[in-house]
Design a protein around this ligand. Structure first.
Ligand code: PMP
Length: 425
């Protein structure tokens, strides 16, 4: 079956034909291509077409797809059995590796997705502070647990369902929403809810309203407000961890959160998540403390193996230099082309994570991200897809560079982009 036939058949038994909404390509008015395999910087659809991929499984594929060393370690692990539901040495090795390399991560608990990581971190912050309310930011996405599906980004935004049906008023009322890059909006919430805010959760570089970096002093200001009002500061580094720098956004911005959530890259493409931070807080988790949290497949040996192998391969300064330079090369090329064809175009980048918007204004929050020209994005996206470039099928997702993208790949992408811009002009 070709992609179209597979999509029609999938719609009969999977809601919308997909297992995660943004994959349906609704927001770019296209149909999805069905992927058969991936290697290095490319994904291949079922018809055998090759695409230069900037989705990278939404972040994990930072080494490039199908890395031979990661694949070989997973194959070895398979021979020992798939899952035991019991402690293993490989869990200890990954936990040690994470706590040794990530600042402020004194203890860590493994889970199976980013959603579980943030949901558990929120419960922990509430249990630790004995407070009920939380502050999140409009346009930040932290997975689909109820209390975090309020003014969320990513698919929730793309689909035009900022707050999902099925999230009760009771849950939503404890989630207060501030504006990204706007410390005053956070301070006002703290003042109006004195002694009631358990935590502030933030994507230190927002990647779910497209890519929106923090302005100078924003994260530091959150640290100060949390200290002043006795709230836990949670950095959701599910996307930024090992992406914007080896030790994540903490390394770039030098701000110390109390709790950190991780996912994506630390599983090397296998299902994973983790949350951790200060020992004093983490000791409140069961079986040590009163905050319950558990998982049948938590610490799965294949995920741990894929993650640890990926991190060890990644851990070289020159890798992060390469990710940064490749991304700069691509964005500079795109900006030059956009200006040649007089197309308003604005780009953002932190290391190997990037965004582009069809606007000539600076974008620092959700409101501005939503003002960019969506119809230009759709036309651009469709052209790129039809000519072998696989971009996130939404104007509200970040792009991801990998170590496998070569200059030739990027030059190819720029050639296609020139034709796309020419069509838009
Ligand atoms: N937090 C952030 C910042 C994310 O980007 C995502 C997913 N893109 C999540 C949490 C949820 O992770 P998962 O999809 O693995 O549940």
């Amino acid at each position: 079956m070709n992609s179209q036939e597979l999509f029609q058949a999938s719609k009969q038994c999977i809601p919308g034909g997909v297992n995660s909404p943004v994959r349906a390509f609704n927001s770019v008015d296209s149909d999805p291509v069905f992927i058969a395999r991936a290697d290095k910087a490319y994904v291949y659809d079922v018809e055998g077409n090759q695409y230069v991929d900037f989705v990278g499984s939404w972040g994990p594929a930072i080494l490039g797809h199908n890395n031979p060393e990661v694949a070989s370690e997973i194959k070895k692990a398979i021979d020992n059995g798939l899952s035991f539901g019991a402690p293993t040495q490989i869990e200890l090795e990954l936990a040690n590796y994470l706590t040794n390399h990530i600042p402020n991560l004194e203890m860590v608990r493994m889970v199976s997705s980013g959603t579980e990581a943030t949901m558990s971190a929120i419960r922990l912050a509430r249990g630790f502070t004995s407070r009920e309310k939380i502050i999140k930011f409009a346009g930040c996405y932290h997975g689909h647990s109820d209390s975090l599906l309020v003014n969320a980004g990513s698919g929730a935004l793309t689909q035009g369902v900022p707050s999902s049906a099925g999230v009760t008023e009771g849950v939503a009322k404890d989630t207060l929403v501030a504006k990204y890059n706007n410390l005053n909006s956070v301070k006002e919430l703290f003042e109006a809810n004195k002694g009631q805010i358990a935590c502030v959760i933030v994507e230190p570089v927002a990647g779910n309203m497209n890519c929106v970096p923090p302005e100078e002093g924003f994260l530091q200001g959150l640290r100060e407000l949390c200290d002043q009002y006795g709230a836990v500061l949670i950095f959701d580094e599910v996307m930024t961890g090992f992406r914007v720098a080896f030790a994540g956004a903490q390394e770039v911005y030098k701000v110390n959160p109390d709790l950190i959530t991780l996912g994506k890259i630390i599983g090397g493409g296998m299902p994973v998540g983790a949350f951790g931070g200060k020992k004093e807080i983490m000791e409140k988790i069961a079986p040590l403390g009163p905050v319950y949290q558990a998982g049948t497949l938590s610490g799965n040996p294949l995920s741990m193996t894929a993650g640890l192998t990926t991190l060890k391969l990644l851990n070289k300064e020159e890798n992060y230099q390469q990710l940064k330079e490749s991304t700069e090369y691509l964005l500079t090329g795109l900006k030059d082309l956009a200006s040649k064809y007089n197309i308003p175009f604005y780009t953002t980048q932190v290391g190997g994570m990037f965004g582009f918007f069809f606007t000539d204004k600076e974008v620092v929050d959700l409101e501005m991200a939503m003002q960019a020209d969506l119809s230009k994005f759709k036309t651009f996206h469709k052209f790129m897809l039809n000519h072998g470039v696989y971009l996130a099928p939404s104007a509200f997702e970040a792009g991801f560079m990998s170590l496998a993208h070569t200059k030739a790949d990027l030059d190819f992408v720029l050639e296609v982009a020139e034709q796309a811009f020419a069509q838009l002009a």
